[in-house]
Design a binder for this molecule. Structure first.
Ligand SMILES: NC(=O)c1ccc[n+]([C@@H]2O[C@H](COP(=O)([O-])OP(=O)(O)OC[C@H]3O[C@@H](n4cnc5c(N)ncnc54)[C@H](O)[C@@H]3O)[C@@H](O)[C@H]2O)c1
Length: 254
């Protein structure tokens, strides 16, 4: 029987690339997103046989638990959870609002906690272990300009990953994270635009602010990140837990 994965934020960008890669790897995939249109579009592209759309806001504990239950009811199992959904507001310090802070932490940090909690409950009910894989960022490894709130959430995700690796090991659950660099997705184009605008420059300047220090001298494709997640989702990473794999073309060395 196929293994089953849930990928949050799989309607577009990195999450969609991960869902696509996991289907190629032989998984059945629950495509969780708060945007029903992109979730359904993703499933149409991946095929209804291999993918199943569920709509939930990852910052809402009960919605996440219900969505996970629907995927387990549909595919009959759950082995891998990728907590990928995230938002990335550009926030020079003097512009940060309480609403922005609460929403961003609710999605990026809350989403990882609720997704991990629902994963733990389902793995336990199914009587086996599993793998939890969380999205952090190179901006969660080293401070980036203008990303106080976002960077804060992504540093938190690395901490939660380490803590849960210890807490869940006895249940046969590994917990790891991936830290993308500058990936060509709608999120990154938006950040580049905002950073450029704040400096009185254009989008290209904003992108280069982040891109200039990439050792491999190219921006990342979503598929570069999906390849690392494929490794973390598969048996070759069974002896790895609590780690963050940096997939950034060599921006940060740790
Ligand atoms: N793009 C990059 O360069 C980059 C770099 C480092 C880390 N990341 C991280 O990778 C992950 C994916 O980023 P991306 O670039 O693909 O972003 P994206 O904005 O292109 O896609 C994010 C997806 O998540 C969904 N989503 C957002 N909030 C949600 C919520 N509350 N509930 C359910 N779904 C929600 C969106 O609808 C969308 O489909 C994020 O966690 C992001 O922080 C991205």
């Amino acid at each position: 029987m196929s293994k089953v994965a849930i990928v949050t934020g799989a309607g577009q960008g990195i999450g969609f690339a991960i869902a696509k890669r996991l289907v190629q790897d032989g998984f059945k995939v629950g495509v969780l997103d708060y945007n029903p249109e992109t979730a359904e579009k993703a499933v149409a592209e991946l095929s209804a046989e291999n993918a199943f759309a569920v709509v939930a806001d990852v910052s809402k504990q009960a919605e996440v638990a219900q969505a996970f239950q629907k995927v387990v009811d549909h595919f009959g199992d759950l082995n891998v959870v990728v907590n990928n959904a995230g938002v990335a507001p550009t926030t020079p310090l003097d512009t940060i609002t309480e609403e922005q802070f609460t929403r961003t932490f609710g999605i990026n940090v809350g989403g990882v906690i609720w997704g991990s909690q629902a994963a733990q409950a389902q793995f336990k009910a199914l009587g086996h272990g599993g793998k939890i894989i969380n999205a952090t960022s190179q901006a969660g490894v080293v401070g980036n300009p203008n990303l106080t709130v976002y960077g804060g959430t992504k540093f938190a995700v690395r901490g939660i990953t380490q803590t849960l690796a210890r807490d869940l090991a006895d249940s046969g659950i590994t917990v790891n994270a991936y830290a993308p660099g500058i990936v060509k997705t709608p999120m990154m184009y938006d950040i580049a635009h905002e950073v450029g605008k704040n400096a009185g420059k254009d989008d290209e300047w904003g992108m280069q602010t982040f891109a200039k220090d990439i050792t491999l001298k190219r921006l990342s494709e979503p598929e570069d990140v999906a390849a690392a997640v494929s490794f973390l989702a598969g048996p070759d990473s069974n002896y790895i837990t609590g780690q963050t794999i940096i997939v950034d073309g060599g921006m940060q060395f740790h």
